[in-house]
Ligand binder design. Structure first.
Ligand code: HEC
Length: 117
């Protein structure tokens, strides 16, 4: 009897925990908006999501920074600062500086890139 009571009362609790954590997770970044930013900014000319072009594929970038807590701030600085990078042709040039000044949009983009599996 007692066992049945524990099981029955745990189920709604578990359901509540799942419901509470899911929307939080989904709201962390917006993939559709992230991709729209890439298109508008012309980033896809040099970066595929999956394909390396003049720059690394975004999935490679995500893999490189997986588990590194400083990645988000580092990449936000990267897209805003225009440091010299090496293209796959071996040529060097200053990296494209992102045009938007919307900090939330930039953070959303970087969080989404870092989430790519
Ligand atoms: C002219 C080509 C070109 C364009 C356009 C371009 N990138 Fe890049 N990007 C590169 C290259 C080359 C690298 C490799 C840099 C390195 O590893 O030294 C790079 C690296 C990166 C990285 C990884 C940096 C790191 O530390 O590993 C990110 C993130 C990135 N670019 C985002 C963007 C975004 C966002 C845009 C659009 C605003 C953009 N790039 C536009 C060529 C480009």
């Amino acid at each position: 009897m007692k066992k049945g009571f524990v099981l029955n009362s745990a189920a709604p609790l578990l359901a509540a925990v799942v419901l509470m954590t899911q929307p939080l997770h989904a709201a962390a970044f917006d993939a559709v908006a992230g991709e729209a930013t890439l298109r508008r900014e012309g980033c896809l000319k040099c970066h595929g999501i999956d394909k390396k072009k003049d720059g690394p594929a975004y999935r490679q970038v995500a893999a490189k920074y997986r588990g590194k807590p400083e990645a988000e701030e580092k990449l936000i600085t990267h897209v805003k600062s225009g440091r010299v990078v090496k293209l796959s042709s071996g040529e060097e040039e200053e990296h494209r500086i992102i045009k938007t000044t919307d900090e939330a949009e930039i953070r959303n983009l970087i969080q989404w890139i870092l989430s790519l599996e």
